[in-house]
Design a protein around this ligand. Structure first.
Ligand code: NAI
Length: 452
């Protein structure tokens, strides 16, 4: 089949690059010429482990192409995936401008019988409105399927191959089944795709994997996606609220969460306290859900509390440093990590960036380093924050070090060298990823989140 993927971001590029290795052909369509040029040159437009290899191999084989032209990409497509951004408006509601603009460009060029698949995260009810909108802009028959994406940046390819579930919601079950079948094709080719990506994916996991294929109604599919993200955000905020209590009650949040996580009804995943969640999904999906609930007359106060708690975490961590150092005025603070999480160059709404900005606002001299996200983070960082080329350069003469993103290279850092090069002793583990003794053995003072 001929498949066109609109939007060459994290979701769209991964989708197009994977589909290009399943006996179908994929066209990546984006209005951003830089992104299209990168793909044409055989590179992903951003860092995502293994993706360059899939893009390069697809371009070489001719099964993946990229264009900025709707006229080139749409008329022959049997299936169109919409993967454009859905950021938040200033009031927290979902901004669907890109969704409607791309639909408007594509609809007049539809081939008869095309399936238009919405992969972007949208509020429930969007699909039904968009179907009406598409009908105004095309005379051709088409089907509409909501197929929300669950991949995580940093493990996008692995998540696609080792999916928990594929959801396809539609008014037309047959169209949903065509899309589910496409994912069965991806699954059939999973060993080849894993090999081309050169990722170190456990072969036995690939062999034994059994994800679920879930056909649903259109509105349910849309609500499944935002609810899944909201629940994960809730778990993180819950862990952070208990971490604040643990700090006061002299308990260790890791012991507490390990203790409750063994209960199968609760589970351990996402109960990690730290500087909070960020990125291009959780913050806007939470605020979007609050907003769409409110449009339906429902007050989702539980999600408002999660959002508020999350926003408080960078300031909570900065205050810990303030209490220990007396004041941050003129203190040299080293921030290690700016990406919203490890494995990605994405620094959208990163709590690490927010923390660096708070420290600088409070008078600290802030130096920061990230292995991948310096360029992206620089747009949101205060201009008085110095960007360094290595972790050692950042920690030099620092009064306090803040490890703010869980990169493995920080976890494996030579703490002896850090201790020798720092002016002070304060080591703040904003991700709770270090063993306390490993840090204190080097003469550093360890501070975590909920680990007093
Ligand atoms: P992104 O912001 O990285 O990429 C979106 C792309 O769409 C950009 O390259 C932009 O130039 C392009 N675009 C915008 N308007 C266009 C138009 N009219 N025609 C063609 N291209 C257009 O977005 P990302 O992160 O890939 O997310 C896409 C959607 O998937 C969002 O709804 C997001 O919430 C959702 N999602 C994202 C995940 C993630 O980890 N990034 C995971 C799961 C879902």
């Amino acid at each position: 089949m001929k498949i066109t993927v609109i939007g060459s971001g994290y979701v769209g590029t991964t989708t197009a690059a994977i589909l290009a290795h399943t006996a179908h052909t994929a066209i990546a369509l984006d209005i951003n010429a830089e992104r299209v040029k990168a793909i044409q040159a055989g590179k992903a437009p951003f860092f995502e482990a293994g993706l360059d290899n899939l893009v390069a191999a697809g371009i070489k084989a001719g099964t993946l192409t990229a264009t900025t032209s709707y006229q080139t990409a749409i008329p022959e497509a049997d299936i169109i995936f919409s993967c454009v951004g859905t950021p938040d408006n200033p009031d927290g509601s979902s901004n669907l401008d890109y969704i409607y603009a791309s639909a408007q460009s594509a609809a007049p060029l539809f081939k008869k019988g095309v399936i238009f698949v919405q992969k972007s995260t949208v509020p429930p009810g969007t699909g039904e409105e968009l179907i009406r909108f598409l009908l105004q802009h095309t005379t051709r028959e088409f089907d509409y399927v909501s197929n929300p994406e669950f991949l995580r940046e940093g493990t996008a390819i692995e998540d696609t191959l080792l999916f928990d579930r594929i959801v396809a919601g539609s008014h037309n079950l047959k169209a949903a089944e065509v899309i589910l079948k496409l994912y069965e094709d991806i699954f059939k080719h999973r060993h080849t795709i894993a090999k081309i990506s050169a990722l170190d994916i456990d072969g036995s996991k690939l062999k034994l994997h059994q994800g679920q294929y879930l056909p649903t109604s259109l509105n349910s599919a849309e609500l499944i996606k935002v609810t899944a993200n909201a629940f994960l955000a809730l778990k993180i905020s819950f862990a952070n609220s208990i971490a604040k209590l643990a700090d006061q009650a002299n308990a260790d949040i890791l012991e507490v969460m390990n203790g409750i996580g063994t209960d199968q009804r609760i589970g351990r995943a996402f109960l990690n306290a730290g500087r909070g969640y960020g990125g291009g999904c959780f913050p806007k999906d939470v605020s979007g859900l609050i907003s769409s609930a409110s449009n339906h007359g429902i007050d989702l106060s539980i999600m408002k509390a999660a959002d508020e708690l999350n926003s408080s975490m960078p300031g909570y961590i900065a205050n810990k440093a303030k209490e220990i150092l007396g004041s941050l005025e003129g203190k040299k603070c080293a921030v290690l990590g700016l990406a919203f999480k490890s494995g990605t160059s994405d620094a959208r709404k990163s709590p690490a960036v927010k923390l660096a900005n708070i420290l600088a606002h409070d008078g600290a001299i802030v130096c920061a380093y990230d292995p991948r996200a310096m360029e992206e983070a620089s747009h949101d960082l205060r201009k008085d924050i110095k960007l360094c080329k290595s972790d050692l350069e950042v920690v030099k003469n620092a009064d306090a070090v803040f490890v703010a993103t869980d990169w493995s290279e920080f976890k494996q850092a030579d703490l002896e060298r850090y201790a020798k090069n720092m002016a002070g002793k304060l080591f703040i583990d904003c991700m709770n990823m270090f063993d306390v003794k490993d840090v204190t053995n080097h003469g550093l003072r360890y501070v975590g989140v909920g680990r007093n």
